[in-house]
Write a protein that binds this ligand. Structure first.
Ligand SMILES: [Mn+2]
Length: 306
C-alpha cells in the first residue's frame, strides 16, 4: 500500500508537459553511462546510442531520459562520466539548447534530484591553464516524474523511472548505493551480478512490474517506466503499462517513440549490408498504438482522480 501511495505522490507532484499529435518524442532510460571501465555496462552500446540519438535529433524529436542515465552509484563523480562520454553530453546539450530535453532521475542517479547543486557539476572546461568552464545544461531541472498531457483529447501519460515500486532501491537507496559502490562494482569486475538489482534479478523484476501494473489498473492511468530493463508494451485489453527497456542489453538498445499520434517500441542494433558493411539500424518491435485509442481504452476518457 505504501508503494501505491508513493507512486501516486510522484504522479500528483509531476510537472505537466503539453503535447499533441504533431509532437515527436523519444523515451529511453537505463543507459548507466559509467567510467569506461569493465564495470561500465554502457560502453559496448555507446555507438548505438549516439547514432540513434543523432537520428532523433535530426528528425526533431524531443528526448526524455527516463532515469538511470548515468551510473552514479558505482561512480562517485559525474566528472568521470562526462570525460568518457563527452560526445553524448555534447549531443544532449544540443537537445537542451533547442528546448527538446527532459531529464528524469532514477535510483542510480538519484543524486540529480537530491542534490540541488548537482547541475553545477555538469560543466565543460576548456583544456587550457586559464580555460573557461561553462554549463552543459544551463537551468536544467531534474524531475522525479512527468505527465505528458495531450492538448487535443483527455489523455495523460505518466512517466517515472519505476524504482518507486522497489522499496530497497527507493527508500533504502543510500544503502543500495553503498553496496553497489563498495561491494558489487568490484565483484562485477569479476563477472558476478548484483542480486539486489531489479535489472538482473527476475523475481525482483516481476515484483516491480506487478506493483506498477497494479497502480495502472487502480487508477486507470497509462504509465511509462524503465528500471527493470524489460520492455513492456500492452496488447489490446491489457493494462496500459509501458516499459522502454534499457541501453545496456548486450546487443541492442530499445526506445519508445511517440509520433503522428501513435506510440511504439523500437530497437537499434548493428546490422549487416549484403556487401558485409556494418551499419546501425532501427527495427519496430511492435505495431504502433494510436494514442486516441489508448485514450478510449481508459473507458470514460477521464482518468480517476488520484
Ligand atoms: Mn533503475
Amino acid at each position: 500500500m505504501l508503494i501505491q501511495k508513493r507512486i501516486s505522490q510522484v504522479f500528483n507532484e509531476a510537472t505537466e508537459v503539453p503535447f499533441n499529435d504533431d509532437s515527436k518524442i523519444v523515451i529511453m532510460s537505463d543507459c548507466h553511462r559509467g567510467d569506461g571501465s569493465y564495470a561500465d555496462n554502457f560502453a559496448h552500446n555507446q555507438n548505438l546510442f549516439f547514432a540513434a540519438l543523432t537520428q532523433y535529433y535530426h528528425h526533431k524529436y524531443t528526448y526524455i531520459e527516463l532515469g538511470d542515465g548515468d551510473e552514479l552509484w558505482e561512480n562517485d563523480k559525474i566528472s568521470k562520466v562526462l570525460e568518457v562520454y563527452d560526445n553524448v553530453f555534447w549531443l544532449l546539450s544540443k537537445f537542451h539548447h533547442d528546448s527538446r530535453l527532459y531529464m528524469i532521475y532514477g535510483n542510480h542517479d538519484m543524486v540529480k534530484g537530491k542534490n540541488k547543486s548537482f547541475a553545477r557539476q555538469l560543466v565543460y572546461c576548456e583544456d587550457e591553464p586559464d580555460g573557461q568552464c561553462c554549463s552543459i545544461f544551463p537551468c536544467i531541472e531534474f524531475h522525479e516524474g512527468l505527465v505528458l498531457r495531450h492538448s487535443g483529447y483527455d489523455l495523460r501519460l505518466f512517466l517515472l523511472h519505476g524504482h518507486q515500486a522497489d522499496f530497497f532501491n527507493d527508500r533504502l537507496w543510500r544503502v543500495s548505493c553503498f553496496l553497489v559502490r563498495f561491494l558489487w562494482k568490484p565483484l562485477e569486475l569479476l563477472g558476478i551480478n548484483n542480486p539486489t538489482s531489479a535489472a538482473t534479478n527476475p523475481k525482483r523484476k516481476k515484483s516491480v512490474e506487478r506493483k506498477l501494473i497494479q497502480w495502472v489498473e487502480r487508477h486507470n492511468q497509462p504509465l511509462i517506466a524503465g528500471h527493470t530493463h524489460r520492455v513492456a508494451f500492452p496488447k489490446p485489453g491489457e493494462p496500459c503499462y509501458f516499459n522502454d527497456g534499457s541501453c545496456v542489453h548486450p546487443r541492442f538498445i530499445t526506445a519508445l517513440e511517440i509520433a503522428d499520434g501513435n506510440i511504439l517500441l523500437v530497437k537499434w542494433s548493428y546490422k549487416t549490408k549484403f556487401d558485409g558493411t556494418l551499419y546501425v539500424g532501427r527495427d519496430e518491435l511492435t505495431d504502433p498504438i494510436s494514442l486516441a485509442g489508448l485514450c478510449s481504452k481508459q473507458g470514460k476518457n477521464v482518468p480517476q482522480a488520484i
